[in-house]
Design a protein around this ligand. Structure first.
Ligand code: ATR
Length: 280
């Protein structure tokens, strides 16, 4: 029997062929037998505004945004939530009944839910986090950790100026900027170490860091998910630190979007993890 499609959603990026989101939302649509579709849309940066204006005509009610559209999309939306404005990026758009476009950012939720689920011992109380990187992923991590009540964030980026710009934007005494070349030193006493850079990703060099100063109870979190076990996580595992891979961030950022578009809270189950890994 042909399924009747009633709810149309998708993801827009340039390029879009590598996006795992159609596979991810497709898994849930099948699992819950929901009459909806989730399609990839390849749209060039200069055409994004026009594409977003056409959503009502295309009867698309929900849209994810991926590289390179997340930041620029802010200017085309009628409404955005506070978290999206603070992160400076939108990854979820909902077309409201009156046609207005509402943008949110769920990357921070994905980051934090993954941390709490994968490292149940994690607590922000009195904790210092070391964040490596100062791009979009770092912003999502910073905002969610600050909101969750972390005590201290040490921000380290190859280009120090970018880290300083972030510290200035967030203007929070809990954030300090440290030097890239001394990164192995600044993990001393930390409760969380996060790699938000692309280092360690397939085809990229590993993140070169010496973990000997890191407390053994500290959680090591790599937002890279291809490969699932980066050299950073291998080092953490060898020492006996709790560690968190990046796949869960991708899966958990999708949960609130799916729920708001299709009216059902989807589950991140082991079958989903397996299915997504097969698509890498
Ligand atoms: P995203 O939005 O995915 O975080 P981004 O804005 O391009 O992507 O940020 C990439 C991050 O990875 C930056 O912090 C970048 O450091 P710079 O600001 O110095 O460019 C970091 N990064 C990428 N390649 C790197 C490398 N070879 N060594 C150190 N840092 C690197």
């Amino acid at each position: 029997m042909i399924k009747e499609v009633t709810i149309k959603t998708g993801v827009v990026g340039w390029p879009i062929s590598h996006s795992l989101s159609p596979r991810l939302h497709g898994y849930w649509l099948d699992k819950y037998d929901i009459p909806g579709e989730y399609l990839p849309y390849a749209v060039k940066p200069q055409a994004l505004g026009e594409f977003l204006k056409s959503l009502v005509k295309k009867q698309i009610t929900g849209l994810n945004l991926t590289v390179p559209h997340k930041e620029i999309a802010l200017e085309f939306l009628d409404e955005t939530d506070e978290v999206a404005r603070r992160i400076g990026a939108v990854n979820v758009i909902t077309v409201q009944k009156d046609g207005r476009l509402f943008g949110r950012n769920t990357d921070g939720i994905g980051f934090l839910t993954n941390l709490k689920t994968s490292a149940p011992t994690w607590s922000p109380n009195g904790a210092a986090a070391v964040i490596i990187g100062a791009g979009g992923a770092a912003r999502a991590a910073i905002v969610s950790l600050l909101d969750d009540g972390i005590s201290e964030i040490r921000l380290i980026n190859r280009t120090r100026r970018r880290a300083e710009d972030l510290a200035e934007i967030y203007n929070d005494p809990r954030i300090t900027v440290r030097d890239w070349q001394d990164r192995s030193k600044y993990i001393s006493g930390a409760a969380l170490l996060v790699n938000t850079t692309s280092l360690g990703m397939k085809g990229q060099p590993p993140l070169d860091i010496d973990l000997s100063e890191l407390p053994l109870a500290a959680v090591v979190y790599d937002i890279v998910y291809n490969p699932l076990e980066t050299s950073l996580l291998k080092q953490a595992k060898l020492r006996g630190n709790p560690y968190v891979d990046g796949l869960g961030m991708l899966l958990y950022q999708a949960v609130p979007a799916f729920q708001s578009w299709f009216g059902r809270m989807p589950e991140v189950d082991p079958g989903l993890r397996h299915y997504i890994l097969e698509g890498l």
